[in-house]
Design a protein around this ligand. Structure first.
Ligand code: KIV
Length: 632
């Protein structure tokens, strides 16, 4: 194999330290989604799982399993059923820095299907050829193949502005799904119509009516319409435009609080008023879409449900434009916990898959939730103070309204299983299955090699260690460059140096030496001199996943830099530089850092390849940079 020796000069490394993860009681929890991913009853505390039963009382989530009603676009046979419309892959991906590759979106879409969401908004196909491709792949695969034994297949939806080109692109992408949906929107508030659209009310109504009819006439049986900025729109005008789109064939009317301005009571009244005053409303589903600018997205969404909305638009971990969206886990768990107080409403979400879904979205989007995030934060089930711990030990429900098992977390110390260097394949595989990871034989073999390396050095391999290694092995982009070997010298006597050997996907090996301000900087410089693409390190953080000197270190980095990837933002049309996140895990902090950097680089390189290929091959590449709003 050819090897090359390349030397490069130092460049500064910026490090944003983050707070380390709490090691209070939270460290004793691990994921526990259903062990058998094909077993997905609604609202189940799966009997197929080895989770120890926990006592239930009136204060803990205790909703009974229900059957999901048949899907009819404009009608729900059970009036208590609330559809969950997940927009993690569309609105969620609009979060700054949350770029995901098509492959990552497909993985998340599969997980959303396993979780039991009713509708997956898979993207905005007109925004770029690669987004169209991503939505199409999801429609073909996830939109046709049930993942759970209940046979559930989600609706696959694509977003479009109210113009023919967008709608054509959305239909082109979603039409392959068994249950396709087009979601089209146009702004209806005075401020948006006047300053953004520069159109009169009459023009806006006409466009909306014609475009909904156009989408239906393409053959799409399910068309959702959103009056953007409904939360600040004139009521009478809203009733009017909604009546017109109902006549034109809309099946769902989504009411967005686009700027997160409404108060919960206000938003509930808006839904109630629309329900009361819009002719034909009984023939469609009312939906909520609440942004989180004032931190009210979940409250507003629940207000909407109480007032009669039967679809909620949410994202995993609440990611989304600016301050994000209503979070799926908060809305669903509240409905589950307070079902009786909310008039008996229920969803089809299998909550045991929530933790895994949250974890996947964190890994792929690079947006890590804060430790105190409701439901899925590292501290959500941690009890630090003595009084709380005393109460918990006496009776769990003193301080716990949700059982961790309900979202796929379990108390690992209840199992009493200790894995170490003598553990064999069977024990390790069994443990992974118990943790909810359903991986292929090849993935397991790769994982097992890493497991053995760690087990040689650590007396006890914890669930957290296993998960960190799994993230490092499985939640990774396509490998273009992988780490062969690394050697660093560092200290106070001079510049740090690193020698790095990388292996390309075709097996070619390249070696480079470099100096840097520290060992990580030196290693990154060496990698840069081999890979030779412009990058800027935007964020770097490291955490240990367990306590002690032999803990595994997980590193996250965010990089940006390739000037050929400069799309325009969907809402304000400003050019932005895409960023790519990567994560790595190892007991050696430099190795962990290098793995994270390579993971982000691989993501960027495969993204650039796909963008370039689709740009060249697709006629619609002209639309890549186009974000003109709503003009025909
Ligand atoms: O926030 C918003 O208004 C939207 C619409 C497209 C539903 O995202």
């Amino acid at each position: 194999m050819a090897s090359s020796l390349i030397l490069s000069s130092p460049k500064p490394l910026s490090i944003n330290p983050t707070t380390s993860r709490s090691h209070s009681l939270s460290a004793t929890f691990s994921f526990n989604p259903a062990r058998n991913p094909t077993f997905t009853p609604l609202f189940s505390l799966s009997s197929a799982t080895p989770v120890k039963p926990h006592s239930k009382s009136v204060f803990c989530c205790s909703a009974k399993p229900r059957t999901r009603p048949e899907y009819i676009p404009n009608h729900i046979p059970d009036p208590n059923y609330v559809r969950v419309f997940d927009t993690t892959l569309r609105d969620g991906e609009q979060s700054p820095g949350a770029t995901m590759t098509s492959a990552e979106k497909l993985v998340i879409a599969r997980q959303l299907s396993r979780l039991g969401v009713d509708i997956i908004e898979a993207g905005f196909p007109a925004s770029s050829p690669d987004d169209l491709d991503a939505v199409r792949s999801i429609a073909i695969e996830v939109g046709n193949n049930p993942i759970g034994a209940d046979g559930h297949i989600p609706v696959i939806c694509g977003l479009s502005r109210c113009n023919k080109r967008d709608i054509d692109a959305a239909w082109e992408a979603v039409k392959h799904a068994k249950k396709p949906r087009i979601h089209t929107f146009i702004a209806t508030s005075e401020i948006h119509m006047q300053h953004k659209l520069r159109k009169t009310k009459e023009e806006v109504v006409q466009i909306a009516r014609e475009m909904v009819a156009y989408a239906r006439n393409l053959g799409c049986p399910d068309v959702e319409f959103s009056p953007e900025d409904a939360g600040r729109s004139n009521r009478e005008f809203l009733y009017h435009i909604l009546e017109e789109v109902i006549k034109a064939g809309a099946t769902t009317l989504n009411i967005p609080d686009t700027v997160g301005y409404n108060l919960p009571g206000e938003f509930a009244n808006l839904i109630a008023d629309i329900k009361k005053n819009t002719k034909g409303i009984e023939n469609v589903i009312i939906s909520t879409h609440c942004q989180n600018d004032l931190g009210l997205a979940t409250a507003n969404t629940l207000g909407g449900v109480s007032a009669g909305a039967r679809q909620v638009e949410v994202t995993i971990n609440g990611i989304g434009e600016r301050a994000g969206n209503a979070s799926l886990e908060e809305v669903v768990l509240t409905i589950k916990c307070r079902q009786d107080e909310m008039g008996g409403v229920y969803t089809g979400i299998n909550t045991e898959h929530i933790m895994m879904s949250s974890k996947m979205v964190q890994e792929h989007s690079g947006l890590i939730v804060q430790p105190h995030k409701a439901i899925v934060g590292a501290n959500a089930f941690a009890h630090e103070s003595g009084i709380h711990q005393d109460g918990m030990l006496k009776h769990k429900e003193t301080y716990e309204i949700i059982s961790p098992e309900d979202i796929g977390l379990f108390r690992s110390n209840e199992y009493g299983i200790v894995l170490g260097k003598l553990s064999g394949r069977h024990a390790v595989k069994t443990r992974l299955t118990e943790l909810g990871y359903d991986i292929s034989d090849k993935e397991f073999e790769d994982f097992f090699k890493r497991y053995k390396e760690v087990a040689e050095k650590k007396k006890r391999v914890t669930d957290e260690d296993m998960e960190a290694l799994l993230s490092d092995e499985i939640f990774q982009p396509k490998v273009i460059w992988s780490l062969g070997e690394i050697q660093v010298t560092c200290g106070t006597l001079g510049l740090s140096t690193a020698t790095v050997k990388l292996v390309a996907s075709d097996g070619e090996e390249k070696i480079a030496c470099s100096v840097g301000t520290g060992p990580v900087d030196a290693a990154y410089n060496a990698i840069d001199s081999i890979v030779q693409v412009p990058t800027v390190l935007k964020e770097y953080s490291m955490n240990s996943v367990t306590e002690g000197i032999d803990a595994i270190a997980t590193t996250r980095v965010v990089i940006g830099g390739d000037p050929s990837i400069t799309p325009k933002h969907t809402s304000n049309r400003e050019t932005f530089n895409r960023t790519f996140s990567g994560s790595g895990a190892a007991m050696d902090i430099v190795v962990s850092s290098v793995r994270a950097y390579l993971s982000a680089l691989n993501k960027m390189l495969s993204f650039v390849t796909v963008v370039k290929a689709t740009r060249e091959s697709s006629e619609s590449s002209k639309t890549y940079h186009n974000t003109e709003q709503n003009s025909e």
